[in-house]
Design a binder for this molecule. Structure first.
Ligand SMILES: Nc1ncnc2c1ncn2[C@@H]1O[C@H](COP(=O)(O)O)[C@@H](OP(=O)(O)O)[C@H]1O
Ligand SMILES: [Mg+2]
Length: 289
């Protein structure tokens, strides 16, 4: 079913506007609270949450919305949703607090458990704001600018994953979290052919794969469905895949009571050499993961 182009333009404009609200808070002092799971929550998470909920209600009235900052919605209710919005208003809250710019606003449309459309907006990158978006089967795109004229003027570029290079000629590029799952990431990398690594916060890791700047993102540490759905749609639309680590089947949403994802790997292309490395990392002592 997906979503029409004119609605996509309105949604991107709305996400950029929410990004501008977030940036106002980023540049001033802000409150930080602790959530029940001990993760931090800032004023910016809530400002983006409210802005994105209002946007979705306006653009697609009647389509249910699940946001990281919504109250819990029982599985008995959600399992009846054939189509819904899954929102992470501010992914990389710890990076937002650290002030390193590696945070994103995330909007995914999920149909029958499959993320089919996604927007990831990074308002605070060193070169200025960037938005990635993609619709499965119709391509993925990258545009620069914050929606208010800053950094604008460059055309939207179609993006595509890159062909996995011969590592003897060009090392594979592997991306990982700054903070989570470092030990398992290292076990995985040790079993790979020639490669370089980069750590970066939030769903930006997937966007690097979608635009062919990275080849692999192994995630052998917890995430929730809102952390991955928008970026999975973009990676898939760009020709890549996001696969459960154990089964190498595409990651799916809304299949169970818990919203936690299994371990997964995002890739531009499958290759037996990294699949062996992944199996080794999964076999490693769980305490080191
Ligand atoms: N123990 C845990 N359980 C569930 N999700 C976790 C987690 N530790 C980290 N995360 C998720 O990892 C995200 C950060 O990813 P990364 O480490 O790649 O930057 C967080 O996003 P939020 O900032 O939206 O909370 C959070 O959802
Ligand atoms: Mg998140």
């Amino acid at each position: 079913m997906g979503i029409y182009l004119d609605t996509i333009e309105q949604l991107i404009a709305g996400v950029e506007a929410a990004g501008l609200e977030v940036m106002v808070i980023y540049h001033r002092d802000f409150d930080i609270q602790q959530k029940n799971d001990n993760s931090p929550l800032t004023e910016a998470d809530m400002a983006a949450h409210h802005a994105l909920l209002a946007l979705l209600e306006h653009e697609t009235p009647g389509v249910p919305v699940l946001s990281e900052e919504s109250g819990e919605i029982p599985f008995a209710t959600r399992r009846c949703w054939s189509r819904y919005w899954l929102v992470d208003p501010l992914d990389g809250t710890r990076e937002f607090i650290a002030g390193n710019g590696e945070f994103t606003l995330n909007l995914a449309l999920v149909e029958e458990g499959v993320p089919v459309f996604g927007i990831v907006h990074a308002p605070a990158l060193p070169g200025g704001a960037v938005t990635w978006w993609g619709q499965v089967g119709q391509g993925a795109f990258r545009r620069e600018g914050d929606g208010a004229g800053k950094g604008e003027g460059k055309h939207e570029q179609p993006i595509r994953v890159r062909v996995l290079p011969d590592p003897d000629r060009e090392p594979w590029q592997v991306v990982g979290s700054r903070r989570n799952g470092r030990a398992a990431f290292d076990v995985f990398c040790q079993a790979l052919p020639a490669h370089t690594t980069q750590t970066i916060g939030s769903s930006l890791k997937f966007c690097l794969i979608a635009e062919g700047q990275a080849d692999l993102y192994p995630r052998l540490a917890p995430t929730s469905e809102w952390d991955t759905a928008a970026a999975q749609a973009i990676v898939t639309a760009a020709g890549g895949q996001v696969l459960e680590a154990e089964t190498l089947q595409p990651l799916r949403c809304n299949r169970k009571e818990s919203l936690l994802n299994p371990d997964f790997i995002a890739c531009g292309q499958r290759d037996a050499r990294w699949e062996v490395a992944l199996a080794k990392a999964l076999e490693a002592d769980p305490d080191s993961r």
